[in-house]
Design a protein around this ligand. Structure first.
Ligand code: CUA
Length: 158
């Protein structure tokens, strides 16, 4: 079969572009990694319950650190542990969170706290809670049939 010269060039050009695009996509997706941007370190998500500090979820008052409280949070389908978080207004809080199964979100509506929780990674956010009130915590990553029921409350109290 005879292929016209220009047609052959275009075929080569098209193939080359395809290879170039795939290479760009491949490198950015796999070389760059896909871990969440709030993530500081990794964890074996199957052992979360036995690894400190996640073996003791909850709100902990701390001394001698740059923050006043540590909120250790474990997400799983379809709940947060602890169910409810209460901290005094004006305190500096370090949220440390991970998930035991699939990707979940941790968004405190009306604040700058919004973390993606990915299995195998620990996400962290340090912030000062300077306005009293009750804030709705929602999972903003689709995680399964119970996704819409996955919520919790942050109480910032006087
Ligand atoms: Cu957990 Cu959506």
């Amino acid at each position: 079969m005879h292929i016209h010269k220009y047609e052959k060039w275009w075929l080569i050009f098209g193939t080359a572009m395809l290879v170039a695009f795939l290479a760009i996509v491949g490198v950015s997706a796999f070389h760059g990694g896909t871990h969440p941007n709030n993530s500081k370190w990794t964890i074996n998500y199957e052992e979360v319950d036995t690894i400190a500090p996640f073996n003791n979820p909850g709100v902990h008052k701390v001394e001698g650190k740059d923050w006043d409280y540590e909120v250790v949070l474990v997400a799983s389908a379809f709940m947060y542990n602890p169910m409810e978080i209460e901290v005094p207004v004006g305190s500096k809080v370090r949220f440390i969170a991970t998930t035991k199964d699939v990707i979940h979100g941790f968004e405190v509506a009306g604040t700058n706290i919004n973390m993606m929780l990915e299995p195998g990674y620990v996400s962290e956010k340090i912030t000062t809670v300077d306005k009293a009130g009750e804030y709705l915590i929602v999972c903003n990553e689709y995680c399964g049939v119970g996704h819409a029921m996955m919520y919790s409350t942050l109480k910032v109290v006087e």
